[in-house]
Design a binder for this molecule. Structure first.
Ligand code: TRH
Length: 400
């Protein structure tokens, strides 16, 4: 089969928004751009509703933005497996579903109707820039005691990985938005802000709780340039509010401290969050999906990586920095490194912010070129190619 007709994506929300952020994006892209009938099995509809407010979190099954969204509960229904089965981030599939996949025939050459073929089963992994990813992408993992093989599919930053999620028209839509002053002004107005003043910086701040927040906001407040910091409701907001002398904060509130104005934003739907990243001069992002979206924005970014207990996240951070900074002039690379390390607990941010801000125009050009360079490696297209590759391999093995 050239292209999957149907696809089941399974997603278990571990915490926050990243797992469903990625799964939802992929589901929509496969459905909208490639005409695949996608069913998304999700154990927590309320989290998806934050990203897509039109979803009804009380419904067990519904069509939403061309995707069939199903509430994934313990009593999993009997369903026919799809052509392409994606388990997001190694969530364990229902055993009845695995048994149903195992019962299907291995290849169309067996004379079975196409709908009865064994699915291509993918484990979509977390994003990492580490070098080992190149060698592990697409590796098979045979299921013990069952005639099934799952394949690892790694997103990443090199041609040997699965690439990154990127809608076919995203870069063009970004450019149209960024080059249209009227749209920018309307966007700011929608958030309750005036158009950006000459000499004013606008910076979005999406992070986990972070001890470095207080120093950074203090520095911005004491700066000579007006700076507006846009903070969504969520984990970092209590700290930001505290730095502005507030007990707590709510969407719509704004506080002034010296040169710094903090504007509290509601958690907006995914497409609007993209626009925020496109509109700001610098973006602080976290986790996985906002980190990738900030790269597509083509603006300087600072990443708060998802902390892991064993500290391996710092290896991931450095692996990304090695790639991202490779083509930057040395001083700019050092500024990025020092600020990211400080923001992630390995040092201070005070001096690094000054160094970073002083090189903002070089960093902006670099961010733009970086997005361009990565944009040729689309995860959804690679996934569909891999589906074809596995299908051809199976047919060949059957005939030989
Ligand atoms: O929310 P995150 O921290 O998510 C994750 C999870 O914690 C996961 O378990 C972990 O493994 C992973 O990080 C690395 O960060 P992330 O990935 O950036 O997801 C945030 C999503 O929320 C992303 O899709 C963008 C979206 N978003 C909006 O749609 N609107 C908003 O206003 C904001 C601030 C974000």
């Amino acid at each position: 089969m050239n292209k999957p007709v149907t696809c089941d994506i399974f997603c278990a929300v571990v915490d926050n928004y990243g797992d469903i952020g990625v799964s939802w994006r992929l589901a929509r892209q496969l459905a909208h751009e490639h005409g695949v009938a996608v069913r998304l099995w999700l154990d927590d509809l309320h989290t998806l509703q934050r990203l897509c407010p039109e979803l009804d979190a009380g419904k067990a099954a519904q069509m939403c933005r061309e995707v069939e969204v199903r509430h994934w509960t313990k009593d999993f229904p009997e369903v026919a497996p799809a052509d392409l089965v994606i388990e997001a981030f190694a969530c364990e599939l229902p055993s009845s579903y695995i048994q149903a996949m195992a019962a299907l025939t291995p290849s169309s050459a067996a004379g079975a109707p196409l709908a009865k073929r064994k699915p291509v089963w993918i484990n979509l992994e977390y994003l990492s820039a580490e070098d080992w990813v190149d060698g592990c992408h697409k590796l098979p993992s045979p299921r013990p005691n069952l005639p099934l093989v799952k394949h690892f599919f790694f997103p990443g930053f090199t041609r040997k990985t699965g690439g990154l999620l990127l809608e076919g028209d995203l870069i063009a839509r970004r450019d149209a938005f960024q080059n249209d002053p009227a749209r920018l002004a309307a966007f700011w107005q929608g958030l309750g802000l005036p158009p950006q003043a000459v000499g004013e910086q606008r910076i979005s701040l999406f992070s986990y709780e972070n001890p470095a927040i207080s120093d950074l906001l203090g520095q911005w407040a004491a700066g000579s340039q007006p700076l507006t910091c846009l903070v969504p409701e969520g984990r970092a907001l209590p700290q930001v509010a505290g730095c502005c002398g507030q007990a707590q904060g709510r969407a719509g509130e704004a506080w002034q401290r010296g040169s710094l104005r903090v504007q509290v934003l509601p958690f907006v739907e995914q497409a609007r969050y993209d626009e925020l990243l496109w509109a700001c001069d610098v973006n602080f992002v976290r986790g996985e999906d906002s980190f990738v979206r900030a790269q597509w924005a083509g603006k300087p970014l600072i990443w708060h990586i998802y902390p892991q207990h064993d500290g391996v996240h710092m290896q991931k951070l450095h692996a990304f920095l090695d790639k991202y900074c490779a083509s930057l002039p040395q001083e700019a690379a050092e500024a990025v490194r020092a600020l990211w390390e400080g923001w992630n607990g390995e040092g201070k941010t005070l001096q690094p912010w000054n160094e970073f801000a002083a090189r903002q125009s070089i960093l902006a050009k670099h961010a733009h070129a970086w997005a361009q360079q990565l944009s040729g490696n689309s995860l959804a297209l690679n996934l569909l190619d891999f589906f074809r590759e596995i299908g051809t391999m199976r047919d060949f093995n059957f005939q030989n």
